[in-house]
Ligand binder design. Structure first.
Ligand SMILES: N[C@@H](CCC(=O)N[C@@H](CS)C(=O)NCC(=O)O)C(=O)O
Length: 228
């Protein structure tokens, strides 16, 4: 049994996509990051960066104590290896997937995340920051578009690299990106979106993660690191 400690953000949903695609039995433990639940001592004991998602594998390969994993890319890699799905086993194929997984983790995720922050959440509009992150997001979409020019998926067959990237393309409008400018990304996006497992994750997320009470100003300040 896999425990998924998560919230329906791009980094959280990529793990849900894997679990759904692979048909892995799991239990969701919502961690409402708007309400500060990422600072709960139990969650921090296996997710020391106070960020979702994290997993606990109660039946780890080889037995013994549960294996815990934080960082969504590491989680996808762990699950893909454990269930031998959505990552090739040969070194060349493995590294094709890992490179693009790392590209998402180190590039697209952080840049699009800052793009969201300065476009949507920042209390003041800072044109320099908005332009920087919108332009960098566009550059990364261009890299992805080029990569997809002569292949259906990012790294050979549909893999954990596609699962990691897709949730970060879903909010393209918030990121001030037009998919018509990236025709290969647009085609790929439609193909991933049409997968039954992906559609299921997105249609069920609101019911699985109840929003609860509205966020207070204090909780908001804590989430954005303005208050300890
Ligand atoms: N590199 C991390 C990033 C995780 C991350 O930033 N998670 C966000 C939600 S998408 C979070 O938990 N934020 C809570 C906070 O900032 O306190 C990963 O991919 O797992």
């Amino acid at each position: 049994m896999i425990e998924l400690h998560s919230w329906p953000t791009p980094n959280g949903l990529k793990v849900s996509i894997f679990l759904e695609e692979a048909g892995v039995e799991h239990t969701i433990f919502p961690v409402n990051i708007g309400k500060g639940q990422q600072f709960d001592p139990h969650f921090l004991s296996f997710s020391p960066n106070n960020r979702i998602p994290a997993i606990r594998d109660l039946d780890p390969p080889g037995g013994g104590e549960p294996i815990t994993v934080f960082e969504s890319g590491a989680i996808l890699f762990y699950l893909a290896r454990k269930y031998e799905k959505f990552i090739p086993t040969d070194p060349r194929g493995t590294m094709e997937v890992v490179q693009w997984l790392m590209w998402q983790m180190g590039g697209l995720g952080p840049m699009a995340g800052q793009n969201h922050h300065f476009n949507i959440y920042a209390p003041e509009k800072v044109p320099y920051a908005i332009n920087r992150y919108v332009n960098e997001t566009a550059r990364l979409y261009g890299v992805l578009d080029k990569r997809l020019a002569d292949r259906d998926y990012v790294a050979g067959d549909y893999s954990i690299a596609d699962m990691a990237i897709y949730p970060w393309i879903v909010p393209h409008e918030n990121q001030k990106q037009n998919l018509d400018d990236f025709p290969n990304v647009k085609r790929w996006f439609a193909a991933v979106q049409a997968r039954p497992a992906v559609a299921k994750v997105y249609s069920e997320k609101d019911a699985l993660y109840p929003a609860g009470e509205p966020q207070t100003e204090e909780e908001k300040a804590k989430l954005f690191g303005l208050k300890k």
